[in-house]
Design a protein. Sequence first.
Length: 166
Amino acid sequence: MQIQYELTEDDYTRFNLNHIKRSKTSKRMLILQRTIGPIMFLGASFVLATWLQETGWWWYGTYGVASILWFLYYPKYFERHVRKQTRRLIGERGNEGMIGPHTMNLDEDGLRDVNEFGETRASWAGIKEVVEEDDYVYLYNSSVSAHILPKRGLDMEEVRRWLPTR
């Protein structure tokens, strides 16, 4: 089966965001970063109140509000950061073939992804996991990278017949 599709910067960004939501390590890191800020803010309020020998309610109130804001808005900040980093990484030299038209051939041996800069082959044994989301199919070849297959305009019933089941 031959599939023609185009990958965009947004496709890679959505893959990275989806991967972070699915990865146990990434989830732990996000929770840690989300909670370490409030702990530091509250610790700073305690230190300042003690050091300045003033009533702590002002410091606790100010840093308490900052802690709540950090906890509530950190996920949005983190998402913006991932989007920005993805744009930067795609723009680096050596990533020319990531964005643009691709042709993926699926057969009984595996897949072959071709673009104007080269080709990538993977046997079905090399595909560790197949993740199907609303708009994408991710064919993971390692714990951190995957072939991204957007569902735009695809006959997914036909595609599913060729994908390995695990």
